[in-house]
Write a protein that binds this ligand. Structure first.
Ligand SMILES: Nc1ncnc2c1ncn2[C@@H]1O[C@H](COP(=O)(O)OP(=O)(O)OP(=O)(O)O)[C@@H](O)[C@H]1O
Ligand SMILES: [Mg+2]
Length: 345
């Protein structure tokens, strides 16, 4: 069984709590993404799960068995590091074969496994090259092939696509997801890129300052964020937030549209807006504006798809609206979600 579980897992470095009492259960065959800003504890959490870092307290369980104090070997996980370390003096084939040679496997088995893993990541034509003769993206693929070849029970991937350009990244993301599906290997994937997290994860765990803010499906995390941090960290441009009394009301730019784009009988909250700037992005327009009375003067952003036929001009006033069901509410002090608007249909 390849379930991975952490129980109140904590790591302190002097006065920094890098990972703060994290309870996490990764299901068999699941693709779980750890998402959080730089310094939120993603790598430290992953290293403790791999057995490479000793927790200050708490436990790691693999297949229901406590492995906290056992050496990395007993965790049987393959980790691709954020700074993937290839052996510079070995060829691509030598790098991929390395973990198998350490297991004293027969050379014919090794050769066929190397060929298989290299083909999986489309680098089988590079097997005789040295790492310095590869692009950053190719090196990253070698590191992934080296992780896969061991046939581990779990993959731990720490930002494995960070060195690829935007286009290659999108296709590598798609490939990686397909490969993971095919192999069915439980995977924990670290990223600070929220788009990548939503695209890849069966579930997404959102970390901040070592704590886990939410663990849920991409849809839930996006549409029903557990708190203000999750709401604003995920989504670009971020969720609009309006403070009044003890409650903050939030709504996504794509839910905030000119009134006439909604049905007449839709249940809406209305917002008069003075439009300050319009940005044309091809598929969408971003409309920047300032709320007008009776709303507080807050800057807001609307994302209007190019398919919506509505003429807008900077320097004019316009009535915008959000469906009541698309409003989120947060406690102004703690930031915790208060759920949707009462009486929303
Ligand atoms: N060996 C260490 N000694 C002291 N502090 C450390 C050590 N490793 C990590 N930290 C601290 O722990 C916190 C979490 O670091 P970690 O590397 O886990 O973050 P991260 O989420 O992976 O960030 P990034 O996205 O930048 O890779 C940071 O404040 C970091 O400075
Ligand atoms: Mg890191």
């Amino acid at each position: 069984m390849a379930t991975v579980e952490t129980r109140s897992l904590t790591k302190r470095f002097d006065d920094i709590t890098a990972v703060d009492a994290i309870d996490l259960t990764v299901r068999e065959g699941e693709f779980l993404v750890l998402l959080g800003p730089s310094g939120s504890g993603k790598t430290t959490l992953l290293r403790m799960i791999a057995g490479l870092e000793t927790p200050t307290s708490g436990d790691v369980l693999v297949g229901g068995r406590i492995v906290t104090s056992l050496p990395p070997r007993a965790h049987n996980m393959a980790m691709v590091f954020q700074s993937y370390a290839l052996y510079p003096h070995l060829t691509v084939a030598g790098n991929i074969a390395f973990p198998l040679e350490a297991q004293h496997m027969h050379y014919k088995t090794i050769a066929s496994k190397v060929k298989w893993a290299a083909t999986l990541f489309g680098i089988d034509h590079l097997l005789t090259r040295k790492p310095r003769e590869l692009s950053g993206g190719e090196r990253q693929r070698v590191a992934l092939a080296r992780a896969v070849v061991r046939d581990p029970v779990t993959f731990l991937l720490d930002e494995p696509l960070s060195n690829l350009d935007a286009k290659l990244r999108a296709s590598a993301r798609d490939e990686l997801k397909q490969i993971q599906r095919r192999l069915g290997t439980t995977t924990i994937y670290v990223t600070h890129d929220q788009i990548e997290a939503l695209a890849l994860g069966d579930r997404v765990a959102v970390l901040d300052h070592g704590g886990m803010r939410q663990l849920d499906t991409p849809q839930q995390v996006y549409l029903h964020p557990a708190d203000r941090f999750v709401a604003t960290f995920i989504g670009s441009p971020p969720m609009n937030l309006i403070a009044s009394d003890n409650v903050e009301t939030g709504f996504r730019p794509e839910h905030f549209l000119p009134r006439e784009l909604f049905d007449n009988d839709a249940q809406l909250e209305l917002f008069p807006v003075s439009i300050t700037r319009i940005e044309y992005l091809g598929a969408d327009r971003l409309v920047y504006g300032l709320l007008e009375p009776p709303q507080p003067p807050v800057k807001v952003i609307s994302r209007i798809p190019c398919t919506a036929n509505v003429a807008l001009q900077a320097g004019t006033r316009r009535l915008f609206a959000v469906r009541l069901v698309d409003l989120c509410r947060f406690d102004a002090r703690s930031g915790a979600s208060l759920g949707t608007v009462p009486n929303a249909p």
